[in-house]
Ligand binder design. Structure first.
Ligand code: IMP
Length: 441
C-alpha cells in the first residue's frame, strides 16, 4: 500500500511531522522533488530534528530514498547524515543515480539573479540554495546527475562543458566576481570525493527499480512532498514558485514508479489552519503587518530554512479547492489548529471577487489572482487551552468550534480528515484514520 503526503498551500503546512507520524507503518519514505530548500521539523522522543533533505521517516529508522526528481546538495546531505549519527541514529538513505546535483555555482547564480530582480521588484524570495539554477541545467541538458559523479571521465567532461558557460553567465550577465565555485579542477576534486563517499556507503541506486521491487514484495511506500501546491512550477502562482512539482504527478515522474503506485494509493493533503508564506507573490488573505506580527508571536512564524518572517493570512478555501483537484486528495490533515485558539476573531475566505465576478477557484494567471478580493465568512472562535488533555481524549474532546472548523474544511473539499494537529510533537496529532490501515476503507 502506498500513500503520498502533499502540501496544499504554500509550503510550511507541517508535512514533516505528518510524514513522521504516518511513516510508522511505512517501510520506505521517498522524497520526489526539491532539495535543501525544504525545511522539516520533526519532534521524536522529545528531541527536535530539523531536516532539509533527508526524508522525515528516516528518524523512525525507515529507509529513506531521494528520487530522481530531487536536486541534491551533497554537503547538506552528508552533514545531515553525520548529525543524525552523532545523535545516535543510523540513517539508511538511498539516492537515485538519476537525481541531479546542486553545485556551488548554482547557489551563486540563484543569489545573483534574485539580486538583479530586486532592482526591478520581481524577486521570488528564493531560499538562495541554487534550486532554480539546478533545475534549469537539468532541463537545459547541461546538468550533472548523481550517477555521473561515479565516473571520473564523465564527470570531468560534463564539468568542462558546463562550468565555463556558468562562469560567463555569472560574470557577463550578473556582474559577479567568480571564485572557486566556478573552478573546474576544484569542483572535480570535491564532487569526485562526494561520489566516492556515496559509492562506499552503497547509497546510489536505481530508485524506480528498487521501489517497484520493494512494493512488489509488499512494502508500504510513503511519498513525501516538499514545498506546496501553490508553489508548484506548473500549478502554482508562477513565477513566484519553486522549480519542481510538489503536486501528486511529481511523485510519479520524480521516482520512476508505475503511475498507479501513486494514483491508486492514498493522497493526503496537509492543510495549515491558517495561511503563511515565506517568499514573494500574491496572497489575497494576507493580514496587515501589525496583525501578522501579533500572530507570529503566538505561532512562531519564521521560515525553517531561511529564518525569514512568514507572511500570515486567513485560511483561503479557493486555494484548497485548487489543491484538492490538482492532487486528487483522498483525505486531509488539518494542522496547527491549536495556533488559532484564543483569537478574538476568525475568518475564512470562501470565494473571491474578481473584476466584478464571484469566483470560487484560483485564477490561472498570477496577475488575476493578485486582483482577487476575498469574500470572508466569520467563524466561531475557540479559546486557547491545555491541548495535552485534548490529545489524550481524542477528536471529540476538541472545542466544538474547532471541530466545526475542521468539519467545514473537510466538507468544502469533499474528503475525510485523517488527522488534526494540535501541537508540534508526534503525540500532539489526533489521528482519525491511518493511510496504511485498509480496515478503515
Ligand atoms: P526556491 O525553491 O529556493 O527556488 O524558492 C522559490 C520559492 O519557493 C520562494 O518563494 C521560497 O520561499 C519558496 N519555498 C521554497 N522551499 C520552500 C519550503 O520548503 N517551504 C515554503 N516555501 C518554500
Amino acid at each position: 500500500m502506498n500513500a503520498t503526503v502533499i502540501g496544499s498551500q504554500l509550503g510550511d503546512e507541517g508535512k514533516g511531522g505528518v510524514v513522521d507520524l504516518f511513516s510508522e507503518d511505512a517501510d520506505v519514505v521517498v522524497r520526489y522533488q526539491g532539495g535543501d530548500n525544504a525545511g522539516h521539523t520533526v519532534v521524536h522522543d522529545g528531541e527536535e530534528y530539523k531536516l532539509r533533505l533527508i526524508p522525515s521517516g528516516v528518524i523512525r529508522g525507515k529507509t529513506g530514498v531521494l528520487g530522481n526528481g530531487c536536486v541534491l546538495n551533497l554537503e547538506t546531505l552528508f552533514d545531515e547524515i553525520e548529525t543524525l549519527r552523532t545523535r545516535g541514529l543510523n540513517p539508511d538513505v538511498r539516492v537515485s543515480s538519476r537525481a541531479h546535483v546542486v553545485f556551488p555555482y548554482h547557489r551563486v547564480l540563484d543569489r545573483a539573479e534574485e539580486t538583479s530582480k530586486t532592482d526591478e521588484d520581481q524577486a521570488v524570495g528564493t531560499t538562495g540554495n541554487g534550486i532554480g539554477p539546478a533545475y534549469e541545467d537539468k532541463a537545459g541538458r547541461r546538468g550533472i546527475r548523481v550517477g555521473e559523479l561515479l565516473d571520473e571521465t564523465v564527470l570531468r567532461d560534463r564539468l568542462e562543458y558546463t562550468v565555463p558557460k556558468k562562469r560567463r553567465l555569472a560574470e557577463d550577465v550578473f556582474d559577479v566576481d567568480t571564485g572557486i565555485e566556478f573552478d573546474v579542477d576544484h569542483l572535480f576534486e570535491t564532487f569526485r570525493a562526494f561520489g566516492d563517499q556515496l559509492q562506499s556507503e552503497g547509497m546510489v541506486v536505481d530508485a524506480g527499480s528498487v521501489l517497484t521491487e520493494m512494493a512488489r514484495d509488499g512494502a508500504n511506500v510513503l511519498f513525501e512532498g516538499a514545498q506546496g501546491t501553490h508553489i508548484d512550477v506548473d500549478h502554482g502562482n508562477y513565477p513566484f514558485v519553486t522549480s519542481s512539482n510538489p503536486t501528486a504527478g511529481g511523485a510519479i515522474t520524480g521516482t520512476g514508479v508505475d503511475p498507479s503506485a501513486v494514483a491508486d494509493g492514498q493522497i493526503i493533503g496537509v492543510v495549515k489552519a491558517y495561511l503563511s508564506r515565506v517568499g514573494s507573490g500574491p496572497m489575497p488573505t494576507e493580514l496587515s503587518e501589525e496583525s501578522a506580527s501579533r500572530v507570529r508571536e503566538e505561532v512562531g512564524g519564521f521560515g525553517t530554512v531561511t529564518g525569514r518572517p512568514r507572511r500570515i493570512g486567513w485560511l483561503d478555501v479557493p486555494m484548497l479547492r485548487h489543491a484538492a483537484r490538482v492532487n486528487g486528495f483522498t483525505g486531509i490533515v488539518l494542522n496547527h489548529v491549536d495556533a488559532l485558539g484564543g483569537f478574538e476573531e476568525l475568518k475564512v475566505c470562501e470565494a473571491y471577487e474578481l473584476d466584478g465576478e464571484r469566483v470560487t477557484d484560483v485564477p490561472s494567471t498570477t496577475a488575476a489572482w493578485a486582483r482577487c478580493t476575498p469574500e470572508y465568512r466569520t467563524v466561531e472562535t475557540w479559546s486557547d487551552r491545555d491541548w495535552s488533555e485534548i490529545r489524550d481524549d481524542g477528536y471529540d474532546a476538541l472545542p466544538d468550534a474547532a471541530r466545526t472548523y475542521v468539519d467545514y474544511v473537510s466538507t468544502e473539499l469533499g474528503v475525510p480528515v485523517y488527522a488534526v494537529g494540535i501541537g508540534p510533537g508526534r503525540d500532539e496529532t489526533i489521528v482519525r484514520r491511518h493511510p496504511f490501515d485498509s480496515s478503515e476503507d
